[in-house]
Write a protein that binds this ligand. Sequence first.
Ligand code: ADP
Length: 641
Amino acid sequence: MPGSACSGCDPVIRSLLIANRGEIARRIIRTARRMGIRTVAVHSDADAALPFVREADQAVRIGRALPRDTYLRGDLILAAARDAGAEAIHPGYGFLSENAEFADAVEAAGLVWIGAPPAAIRAMGLKDAAKRLMDEAGVPTTPGYLGDDQSSERLAMEAARIGWPVLIKAVAGGGGKGMRRVDRAPDFPDALASCRREAAAAFGDDRVLLEKYILNPRHIEVQVFGDRHGGVVHLFERDCSLQRRHQKVIEEAPAPGMAPDTRESLCAAAVRAARAVDYVGAGTIEFIADGSGPLRADRIWFMEMNTRLQVEHPVTEAITGQDLVEWQIRVASGEALPRTQQELRIDGWAVEARLYAEDPARDFLPSIGRVDVLAPPDDGVRVDAGIEAGDAVSPFYDPMIAKLIAHAPTREQAIDALAAHMDGLMIWPLRTNAGFVARALRQPDFATGHVDTGLLGREHTALASDRAIDPPLLAAAIRLLGEAGEASLHGPWGAGSAFRLNADPASTVTLHIDGDRVEASRNAIAAIRPNGRCLRWGDDAALLCQEGVTRLAGLAPPLRSAGAMAGDGAVLAPMPGRVVSVEVSVGERVEAGRRLVVIEAMKMEQALLAPFDGVVEALPVEAGGSVPEGALLVRIAPAAD
Ligand code: ADP
């Protein structure tokens, strides 16, 4: 990351507390340290062993685990800041970063708030008020309905007027929650009811607005920055169209296909939006663009403003050579913006992928627990990680492991560099989306810049399917296991194995890979360089990493299966969570794959499916209840016939 040491100025802030965790806490510590600022971390018990806690100059425990008992407890965080003598608070993203009351309390306590002005947070906090404000400021907004009349009849009438498809959005929405696309009038009442339910539960506010649903939408956002002296600049755009269920997965800067004059008018609109709320600090104006054709200025509309630093800020740092956390600290200290608009330029292309602990093969179920191996290739790709090998991904927070950012002169080179990095990203035993991301980066439409927010959904089956392991990598594994075997011939392994060191080199060997038997040829052992990585794992196993997918290989079957699903029809909670819905009843016949129960944890809903055909025998949970990990949700008795 670039960084000019402070030249001829003395930052007002000498110490700051980070009201956040994981990778963003580490990211802030890095810049603060370079600027000579003392850092204070706050942490839950669940996070006590994580890198950000030891990397901070001081760490203060604030509670056990749940966000509402820890990172959302503004009172505890303020007390920690007082006790530690911190002069400022940086909220990172998420948690309290867009909480105007907390921002007020920080300032009332005489501390510097390294975040958006509370008035701007409030002005942009509700989607309908924000859109009205933007209309007034001359920033184009999506056609829709923002009225106070929230009756179902009026909303249905307005939806028909806007024209199908229509998107229902929670006024207080965020994080992709409380949104429903409706394609036909008959579907509107149910969609409205479920959107209101979700909005009331998630935000305590069931009001909605309607928008024209943009077909083939692209998500394009502009990074803006304001200072206390009336200065506002933009740092160009990012394209975040690669999303899964409205959550960003791959982001890039600049946006593919953005002509200079379109960029100029888009970024000017973003600056107008920031000025309309007297913005100070780092902010992002999110736009939705019609991606059915080339980008046009009159086909890009304001969606919302995020009044904080974004997860994807590193791609902007890469192409502008600026450190946005440093900008935040300087601006919060009262300094003018570090660069003028004329001094900011786009240099090359940057692509970021979010690496999540989740299993694409099991509908992206979060994969929780200790990470024994976390070995990104050392290839110049920027890795902003929250954990290291030996740390755990906990069930209490977002399951993001790291952000990986490649920067190169051209888009093609940046994508290639990131895809190659994902290929060799060895992680064990947690499942991750690395393979999914590696394939998405090579998807032909993405590669040619034909992106829209539906791309990952349409290509889901292909992207979620792991490719069989290439023969040269299998051969490399056999060789590695042979060395392991040689070392343990006198040990418990060895006997009964299909592998013999003096076997005919042309023979095949049976490998057990993640529970499957794979016949592998020993041929071509040193002849071909395998496209992937292979690592000894214990005495008698190896980890094989190909295209971002890490698998366990051995010559003998593993002692126990890695799958969590019990074979006796007991469907267990894969993580602690809340039961959202129960979709069957006792005595009901179900077919394999039928949805039984939906549970929610870590902001994600997970449907539990029937493992085989049978009858619901036991159902000890009900909607609304919470369940610990491993709790019995449903027991299915196998069908008799
Ligand atoms: P949230 O605040 O919950 O993140 P946004 O309003 O930012 O919600 O929208 C999230 C995503 O939903 C966008 O990135 C885009 O993919 C999609 N989206 C939002 N508005 C529209 C629209 N009018 N038409 C089509 N897709 C939309």
